[in-house]
Design a protein around this ligand. Sequence first.
Ligand code: DX5
Ligand code: ZN
Length: 221
Amino acid sequence: MKRFLIAPSILSADFSRLGEDTKKVLDAGADVIHFDVMDNHYVPNLTMGPMFCKALRDYGIKASIDVHLMVSPVDELIPAFAKAGASNISIHPEATQHLDRSLQLIQDHGCTAGVVLNPATPLTYLDYVLDKVDIILLMGVNPGFGGQSFIPHTLTKIRQVRERINQTGREIRLEVDGGVKVENIAEIAQAGADMFVAGSAIFGASDYKTVIDAMRQQLAT
Ligand code: DX5
Ligand code: ZN
């Protein structure tokens, strides 16, 4: 398992040429594509459905696609995204009535499964699902928009989740999403994260490779 994964969020990509921009960020060294799905109900914004995911696959994108579902209800969209080419699907526990069932549904459709915790969501949601999840995604911002600032108390939460993951002995990824930049990625990694979503920091730059390289350099220190 690769130690650190960089997952650009295509929420900040150029939507008028999404396939091209996604390919460009992969060519610049990204490991995974982070795909934010918002429904204007669970979160106050509206983005992409399964057809966009399929369109990226049809365009020739072979990398892992990490689908972050910020929708409620979630279950109807899980098979659709699996069919559209998602590799991982992560869900918010508050967005489903039956977390265990939804995680099982994701895995039954051949994807890895993640649980996402918002800045104010307690860790108790992890209590009975740690044997099932492949990814724990901690939000560094309140979900809905790119370009927000990282909420500092997330660092404490990352440390706590890292401890819990280590206790399981399982290879669960600890992903952090929101406000990740070259300036804070090392601190986030030191707290225990090993997968980093970055939208505005990468797509807001004129040269994606320079930013991704700088992030990897920070991670190597
Ligand atoms: C926020 C999304 C994030 C967002 C991150 O709801 O889940 O993936 O795009 O964007 P930045 O890196 O700009 O904070
Ligand atoms: Zn996200």
